[in-house]
Design a protein around this ligand. Structure first.
Ligand SMILES: [Zn+2]
Length: 92
């Protein structure tokens, strides 16, 4: 029989898009945030997903490997830095 359990990382990964879209029930949201409070990995993951959502307006596929997600985040960070960087280019 299943006992009531805390969320595991896999569940957090699956729920992260719902969390960012504010689609979780209050109870799931609490469980989600409780896991984040004790899990630095998921905290980083959420931050990356949040940044991706902010930059692109959408989330990357859920099955993306962590290494790929890192690269993805890095690409967008560079892209963002280029757009907002110090080199003020005149408009075309
Ligand atoms: Zn976790």
């Amino acid at each position: 029989m299943l006992r009531r359990q805390e969320l595991v990382c896999q569940q957090v990964v699956e729920l992260v898009s719902d969390y960012l879209e504010d689609a979780l029930s209050p109870r799931d949201r609490r469980r989600f945030e409780r896991h984040l409070a004790i899990c630095p990995h998921c905290t980083v993951y959420l931050a990356q997903m949040h940044e991706t959502l902010r930059l692109t307006g959408r989330l990357v596929p859920e099955d993306l490997a962590p290494e790929v997600a890192d690269e993805f985040t890095e690409i967008f960070r560079r892209w963002s830095a280029e757009r907002n960087g110090p080199g003020d280019r005149p408009p075309p």
